[in-house]
Design a protein around this ligand. Structure first.
Ligand SMILES: N[C@@H](CCC(=O)N[C@@H](CS)C(=O)NCC(=O)O)C(=O)O
Length: 204
């Protein structure tokens, strides 16, 4: 298997962690995002949207981080994708991509990436994204009351998909102290060695 990735990407982090947790034999292929390699014809032939992560397994190309997680879990028969919980896991994965990632990704882009590129953060966009984060984090925090994991009694792909978007929470000063249930749950994920090993340098 060939795995196209960038170590700073939260969407790649979830895939890298699952590859390591499941002991999958994958060849890591670094895609230099700051140098624009994702927009070059060679990579666009692999993923026309010009984004990582991508997994290529023989003749099968899997796009979208959450599809890759499911593909890997199905291929290995992992407990992270229990047959009786697919609907609930997918619900969190869709939510993560549609709402949570929008908020955390915007704050990451404005507060961490733009200064690295010598640009000023757009404070209006930061405020909008932090407001969105609060709205969705509140729902996540409420859901976690009395639960150890997002779905069922054990960790699933849902936990890893959602947790990935908190990779830069500390480095971007997201108001995590308002959400104690998220902090408790996230601390359990941070304790996983493969999760620690995939922490990007920029996350601090
Ligand atoms: N929905 C996609 C999002 C992937 C994504 O946003 N990838 C970012 C890195 S986290 C990327 O490749 N950005 C490069 C670009 O947009 O040029 C997924 O989950 O795989």
């Amino acid at each position: 298997m060939k795995y196209y990735y960038h170590p700073g990407s939260p969407n790649c982090r979830k895939v890298s962690a699952v590859i390591e947790m499941l002991g999958v034999d994958a060849k890591y292929e670094f895609v230099d995002l700051p140098k624009g390699k994702q927009a070059q014809p060679e990579f666009l032939a692999v993923n026309p949207t010009g984004m990582v992560p991508v997994l290529v397994d023989g003749k099968t190309t899997v796009l979208e981080s959450n599809c890759i997680l499911i593909y890997l879990a199905e291929k290995t028969g992992s407990d992270l994708w229990p047959a009786d919980s697919h609907l609930e896991i997918l619900r969190w994965m869709f939510w993560e991509q549609s709402h949570f990632m929008y908020a955390t990704g915007m704050v990451f882009f404005q507060k961490l990436l733009k200064p690295l590129l010598g640009q000023q953060p757009d404070e209006i966009r930061v405020d909008e994204a932090v407001a969105k984060f609060r709205r969705h984090a509140r729902a996540l925090n409420d859901h976690l009351k009395g639960r150890e994991w997002l779905v069922g009694d054990a960790m699933t792909l849902a936990d890893l998909a959602v947790a990935a978007q908190l990779t830069y929470a500390q480095a971007t000063d997201l108001p995590m102290d308002e959400f104690p249930e998220i902090q408790r749950w996230y601390a359990a994920i941070e304790a996983i060695p493969e999760w620690q090993a995939t922490r990007p340098a920029l996350a601090g």
